[in-house]
Ligand binder design. Sequence first.
Ligand code: RIB
Ligand code: CA
Length: 311
Amino acid sequence: MNRIPVHLDFDTGIDDAIALLCALLSQDKVDIRSISAVAGNVPLELTAKNTLDIVCAMGQDIPVIKGADKPLRRPLHCAISHGKSGLGDVVIPPADREFDNRTIEDAIYETACDAPGELVYLGVGPQTNLALALKKYPDLKDKIKRVVIMGGCLIGGNMTQASEFNAYVDPDALRIVVNAGIPMTMVGLDVTLKTELPLWVIEELKKLSNPYAKLAVRIMDFSLWRNKEFGFDVANIHDALAFCTIVYPEVIQTKAYYVDVETEGEITRGMTVADFRNVCPDKKPNVDCAVEVDVDGFWNWMVNLFRSAEK
Ligand code: RIB
Ligand code: CA
Protein backbone atom coordinates (compact mmCIF):
# COMPACT_ATOMS: atom_id res chain seq x y z
CA MET A 1 0.00 0.00 0.00
CA ASN A 2 1.36 3.47 -0.82
CA ARG A 3 2.37 5.28 2.33
CA ILE A 4 0.74 8.62 3.10
CA PRO A 5 3.26 11.51 2.98
CA VAL A 6 2.84 13.58 6.14
CA HIS A 7 4.21 16.62 7.91
CA LEU A 8 3.70 16.54 11.69
CA ASP A 9 3.53 19.72 13.81
CA PHE A 10 3.65 19.45 17.61
CA ASP A 11 3.76 21.59 20.75
CA THR A 12 5.31 18.66 22.63
CA GLY A 13 3.67 18.26 25.48
CA ILE A 14 2.50 15.08 27.01
CA ASP A 15 -0.15 14.04 24.51
CA ASP A 16 1.89 15.34 21.58
CA ALA A 17 4.65 12.96 22.67
CA ILE A 18 2.30 9.97 22.60
CA ALA A 19 1.04 11.04 19.18
CA LEU A 20 4.65 11.32 17.97
CA LEU A 21 5.48 7.84 19.25
CA CYS A 22 2.39 6.46 17.50
CA ALA A 23 3.42 8.18 14.25
CA LEU A 24 6.97 6.83 14.47
CA LEU A 25 5.48 3.35 14.93
CA SER A 26 3.18 3.80 11.92
CA GLN A 27 5.84 4.26 9.23
CA ASP A 28 4.45 1.30 7.33
CA LYS A 29 1.45 3.53 6.66
CA VAL A 30 2.82 7.07 6.81
CA ASP A 31 5.92 8.52 5.16
CA ILE A 32 7.00 11.16 7.68
CA ARG A 33 8.67 13.75 5.47
CA SER A 34 9.29 16.36 8.19
CA ILE A 35 8.39 17.27 11.74
CA SER A 36 8.11 20.72 13.30
CA ALA A 37 7.59 22.26 16.71
CA VAL A 38 5.57 25.30 17.73
CA ALA A 39 5.20 27.22 20.99
CA GLY A 40 2.10 26.17 22.87
CA ASN A 41 1.97 23.85 25.86
CA VAL A 42 5.39 25.20 26.83
CA PRO A 43 7.74 27.69 25.11
CA LEU A 44 9.25 26.77 21.75
CA GLU A 45 12.71 26.00 23.14
CA LEU A 46 11.11 23.20 25.15
CA THR A 47 8.56 21.94 22.61
CA ALA A 48 11.32 21.78 20.01
CA LYS A 49 13.81 20.09 22.36
CA ASN A 50 11.20 17.55 23.47
CA THR A 51 10.30 16.76 19.87
CA LEU A 52 13.86 16.31 18.63
CA ASP A 53 14.90 14.39 21.75
CA ILE A 54 12.08 11.87 21.25
CA VAL A 55 12.76 11.47 17.52
CA CYS A 56 16.45 10.83 18.23
CA ALA A 57 15.80 8.59 21.25
CA MET A 58 13.71 6.37 18.96
CA GLY A 59 16.59 6.24 16.50
CA GLN A 60 14.88 8.15 13.71
CA ASP A 61 16.61 10.60 11.34
CA ILE A 62 13.55 12.59 10.26
CA PRO A 63 14.25 16.34 10.00
CA VAL A 64 12.86 18.43 12.87
CA ILE A 65 12.33 22.17 12.35
CA LYS A 66 11.90 24.80 15.03
CA GLY A 67 8.84 26.90 14.17
CA ALA A 68 7.12 29.87 15.71
CA ASP A 69 7.98 30.95 19.24
CA LYS A 70 4.79 32.95 19.64
CA PRO A 71 1.32 33.27 18.15
CA LEU A 72 0.72 35.52 15.13
CA ARG A 73 -0.67 38.39 17.15
CA ARG A 74 -1.20 37.45 20.77
CA PRO A 75 1.31 36.90 23.58
CA LEU A 76 2.07 33.22 24.15
CA HIS A 77 -0.12 31.52 26.73
CA CYS A 78 1.26 28.17 27.93
CA ALA A 79 -0.48 25.26 29.60
CA ILE A 80 0.13 24.07 33.16
CA SER A 81 -0.67 20.38 32.89
CA HIS A 82 2.46 19.29 31.05
CA GLY A 83 4.98 20.15 33.75
CA LYS A 84 7.77 22.72 33.45
CA SER A 85 9.63 20.83 30.72
CA GLY A 86 6.51 19.92 28.76
CA LEU A 87 7.15 16.22 29.43
CA GLY A 88 6.47 16.27 33.13
CA ASP A 89 9.15 14.47 35.12
CA VAL A 90 10.22 12.35 32.16
CA VAL A 91 13.89 12.82 31.26
CA ILE A 92 15.04 11.79 27.79
CA PRO A 93 18.67 11.66 26.62
CA PRO A 94 19.53 14.84 24.68
CA ALA A 95 19.33 14.66 20.90
CA ASP A 96 22.50 13.60 19.06
CA ARG A 97 21.90 15.97 16.16
CA GLU A 98 20.86 19.53 15.39
CA PHE A 99 17.56 20.90 14.14
CA ASP A 100 16.97 21.31 10.44
CA ASN A 101 17.82 25.00 10.13
CA ARG A 102 15.34 25.97 7.42
CA THR A 103 12.67 28.52 8.31
CA ILE A 104 9.36 26.90 9.15
CA GLU A 105 7.68 28.51 6.16
CA ASP A 106 10.28 27.17 3.74
CA ALA A 107 10.36 23.72 5.33
CA ILE A 108 6.58 23.24 5.16
CA TYR A 109 6.44 24.60 1.61
CA GLU A 110 9.30 22.39 0.38
CA THR A 111 7.76 19.33 2.03
CA ALA A 112 4.46 20.10 0.29
CA CYS A 113 6.18 20.72 -3.06
CA ASP A 114 7.86 17.30 -2.77
CA ALA A 115 4.44 15.63 -2.50
CA PRO A 116 2.17 18.03 -4.38
CA GLY A 117 -1.48 17.31 -3.78
CA GLU A 118 -0.63 14.30 -1.60
CA LEU A 119 0.74 15.74 1.63
CA VAL A 120 -1.34 15.36 4.80
CA TYR A 121 -0.49 18.00 7.41
CA LEU A 122 -1.10 17.09 11.06
CA GLY A 123 -1.15 20.03 13.45
CA VAL A 124 -1.75 19.28 17.13
CA GLY A 125 -0.70 22.55 18.69
CA PRO A 126 -1.56 26.16 17.92
CA GLN A 127 -1.69 26.48 14.12
CA THR A 128 0.91 29.27 13.93
CA ASN A 129 3.41 27.40 11.74
CA LEU A 130 0.97 26.47 8.99
CA ALA A 131 -0.54 29.96 9.02
CA LEU A 132 2.91 31.50 8.57
CA ALA A 133 3.64 29.17 5.66
CA LEU A 134 0.30 29.96 4.01
CA LYS A 135 0.96 33.69 4.37
CA LYS A 136 4.39 33.42 2.73
CA TYR A 137 3.39 30.89 0.06
CA PRO A 138 -0.26 31.41 -1.00
CA ASP A 139 -0.06 28.48 -3.45
CA LEU A 140 0.74 26.12 -0.55
CA LYS A 141 -3.01 25.63 -0.17
CA ASP A 142 -3.08 23.84 -3.52
CA LYS A 143 -0.31 21.43 -2.56
CA ILE A 144 -1.71 20.06 0.71
CA LYS A 145 -4.23 17.26 0.34
CA ARG A 146 -5.69 17.57 3.85
CA VAL A 147 -5.05 19.34 7.12
CA VAL A 148 -5.87 17.34 10.24
CA ILE A 149 -5.85 19.23 13.52
CA MET A 150 -6.31 18.44 17.14
CA GLY A 151 -8.06 21.61 18.12
CA GLY A 152 -11.31 23.42 18.45
CA CYS A 153 -14.61 22.21 19.79
CA LEU A 154 -18.17 22.28 18.55
CA ILE A 155 -19.61 22.49 22.04
CA GLY A 156 -17.63 23.41 25.13
CA GLY A 157 -14.01 24.40 25.58
CA ASN A 158 -11.23 23.48 27.96
CA MET A 159 -9.46 26.85 28.03
CA THR A 160 -12.61 28.91 28.33
CA GLN A 161 -16.21 27.84 28.24
CA ALA A 162 -16.10 28.53 24.51
CA SER A 163 -12.65 27.58 23.27
CA GLU A 164 -10.13 24.78 23.20
CA PHE A 165 -6.50 25.47 24.18
CA ASN A 166 -4.79 25.34 20.75
CA ALA A 167 -7.47 27.54 19.20
CA TYR A 168 -7.37 29.93 22.16
CA VAL A 169 -3.58 30.37 22.02
CA ASP A 170 -3.55 31.40 18.36
CA PRO A 171 -7.06 32.08 17.04
CA ASP A 172 -5.73 34.22 14.20
CA ALA A 173 -3.64 31.34 12.87
CA LEU A 174 -6.50 28.87 13.10
CA ARG A 175 -8.76 31.32 11.29
CA ILE A 176 -6.28 31.51 8.41
CA VAL A 177 -6.11 27.72 8.25
CA VAL A 178 -9.86 27.05 8.30
CA ASN A 179 -10.37 29.66 5.56
CA ALA A 180 -7.48 28.52 3.36
CA GLY A 181 -9.68 26.27 1.24
CA ILE A 182 -7.74 23.11 2.12
CA PRO A 183 -9.78 19.99 2.94
CA MET A 184 -9.67 19.86 6.72
CA THR A 185 -10.55 17.52 9.57
CA MET A 186 -11.09 19.01 13.03
CA VAL A 187 -10.51 16.45 15.78
CA GLY A 188 -11.80 18.55 18.62
CA LEU A 189 -12.70 18.15 22.26
CA ASP A 190 -16.08 16.75 21.23
CA VAL A 191 -14.31 13.44 20.60
CA THR A 192 -10.95 13.72 22.39
CA LEU A 193 -12.65 14.17 25.77
CA LYS A 194 -14.36 10.84 25.19
CA THR A 195 -11.03 9.01 24.93
CA GLU A 196 -10.04 9.01 28.60
CA LEU A 197 -6.87 6.98 29.11
CA PRO A 198 -7.97 3.64 30.61
CA LEU A 199 -5.71 1.96 33.16
CA TRP A 200 -5.78 -1.30 31.16
CA VAL A 201 -3.92 0.47 28.35
CA ILE A 202 -1.06 1.41 30.65
CA GLU A 203 -1.06 -2.09 32.15
CA GLU A 204 -0.79 -3.61 28.66
CA LEU A 205 2.07 -1.26 27.69
CA LYS A 206 3.89 -2.10 30.94
CA LYS A 207 4.09 -5.71 29.72
CA LEU A 208 6.19 -4.54 26.76
CA SER A 209 9.94 -3.97 26.68
CA ASN A 210 10.40 -1.89 23.52
CA PRO A 211 11.61 1.71 23.95
CA TYR A 212 8.44 3.20 22.48
CA ALA A 213 6.22 1.49 25.05
CA LYS A 214 8.60 2.20 27.91
CA LEU A 215 8.67 5.92 27.13
CA ALA A 216 4.90 6.02 26.62
CA VAL A 217 4.32 4.41 30.03
CA ARG A 218 6.53 6.99 31.76
CA ILE A 219 4.67 9.81 30.04
CA MET A 220 1.23 8.35 30.72
CA ASP A 221 2.06 7.72 34.37
CA PHE A 222 3.02 11.39 34.74
CA SER A 223 -0.12 12.52 32.98
CA LEU A 224 -2.38 10.48 35.26
CA TRP A 225 -0.52 11.71 38.34
CA ARG A 226 -0.60 15.36 37.18
CA ASN A 227 -4.31 15.24 36.39
CA LYS A 228 -5.02 13.76 39.81
CA GLU A 229 -3.26 16.82 41.26
CA PHE A 230 -5.88 18.89 39.48
CA GLY A 231 -8.63 16.70 40.86
CA PHE A 232 -9.24 14.78 37.67
CA ASP A 233 -8.96 11.04 37.70
CA VAL A 234 -8.52 10.84 33.94
CA ALA A 235 -6.00 11.89 31.32
CA ASN A 236 -6.85 12.63 27.70
CA ILE A 237 -4.31 11.82 24.99
CA HIS A 238 -5.98 14.31 22.64
CA ASP A 239 -3.27 14.47 19.97
CA ALA A 240 -2.87 10.72 19.48
CA LEU A 241 -6.50 10.50 18.36
CA ALA A 242 -5.90 13.18 15.74
CA PHE A 243 -2.95 11.21 14.35
CA CYS A 244 -4.94 7.98 14.51
CA THR A 245 -7.57 9.41 12.14
CA ILE A 246 -4.92 9.59 9.39
CA VAL A 247 -4.11 5.87 9.45
CA TYR A 248 -7.43 4.59 10.83
CA PRO A 249 -10.03 7.09 9.54
CA GLU A 250 -12.98 4.94 10.53
CA VAL A 251 -12.13 5.57 14.19
CA ILE A 252 -14.19 8.78 13.98
CA GLN A 253 -17.37 9.94 12.33
CA THR A 254 -17.43 13.48 10.98
CA LYS A 255 -19.98 16.04 9.93
CA ALA A 256 -19.14 18.80 7.44
CA TYR A 257 -19.93 22.28 8.72
CA TYR A 258 -19.01 25.81 7.76
CA VAL A 259 -16.66 26.78 10.58
CA ASP A 260 -15.04 30.11 11.33
CA VAL A 261 -12.93 31.18 14.29
CA GLU A 262 -13.61 34.03 16.71
CA THR A 263 -10.47 36.15 17.03
CA GLU A 264 -11.76 39.27 18.78
CA GLY A 265 -14.16 37.97 21.42
CA GLU A 266 -13.49 38.74 25.06
CA ILE A 267 -15.32 35.61 26.19
CA THR A 268 -15.23 33.72 22.88
CA ARG A 269 -11.62 34.17 21.77
CA GLY A 270 -10.64 31.02 19.84
CA MET A 271 -14.17 29.68 19.62
CA THR A 272 -14.62 27.46 16.55
CA VAL A 273 -18.07 28.55 15.47
CA ALA A 274 -19.95 26.00 13.34
CA ASP A 275 -23.03 26.75 11.22
CA PHE A 276 -25.13 23.81 12.40
CA ARG A 277 -28.30 24.98 10.64
CA ASN A 278 -26.88 26.31 7.35
CA VAL A 279 -27.98 29.83 8.15
CA CYS A 280 -25.08 31.13 6.02
CA PRO A 281 -26.14 29.80 2.59
CA ASP A 282 -23.24 31.54 0.88
CA LYS A 283 -20.75 29.70 3.12
CA LYS A 284 -20.07 26.14 2.04
CA PRO A 285 -18.95 23.61 4.68
CA ASN A 286 -15.15 23.91 5.01
CA VAL A 287 -14.34 21.56 7.91
CA ASP A 288 -15.07 17.89 8.53
CA CYS A 289 -15.73 17.98 12.26
CA ALA A 290 -15.31 14.81 14.32
CA VAL A 291 -18.55 14.14 16.15
CA GLU A 292 -18.26 10.49 17.20
CA VAL A 293 -15.34 8.23 18.13
CA ASP A 294 -14.91 4.48 18.44
CA VAL A 295 -13.28 4.65 21.88
CA ASP A 296 -12.47 0.94 22.19
CA GLY A 297 -11.26 0.86 18.60
CA PHE A 298 -8.89 3.76 19.34
CA TRP A 299 -7.34 2.21 22.44
CA ASN A 300 -7.04 -1.22 20.84
CA TRP A 301 -5.32 0.44 17.86
CA MET A 302 -2.85 2.15 20.20
CA VAL A 303 -2.04 -0.95 22.27
CA ASN A 304 -1.54 -3.03 19.13
CA LEU A 305 0.72 -0.35 17.70
CA PHE A 306 3.02 -0.44 20.72
CA ARG A 307 2.91 -4.23 20.70
CA SER A 308 4.06 -4.15 17.06
CA ALA A 309 7.38 -2.71 18.20
CA GLU A 310 8.22 -5.79 20.28
CA LYS A 311 11.12 -7.73 18.86
O1 RIB B 1 -6.69 21.13 24.16
C1 RIB B 1 -5.79 20.06 24.03
C2 RIB B 1 -4.66 20.43 23.12
O2 RIB B 1 -3.91 21.50 23.67
C3 RIB B 1 -3.64 19.29 22.95
O3 RIB B 1 -3.07 19.40 21.68
C4 RIB B 1 -2.63 19.58 24.00
O4 RIB B 1 -1.34 19.04 23.66
C5 RIB B 1 -2.58 21.07 23.95
O5 RIB B 1 -1.72 21.44 22.86
CA1 CA C 1 -0.64 19.51 21.48
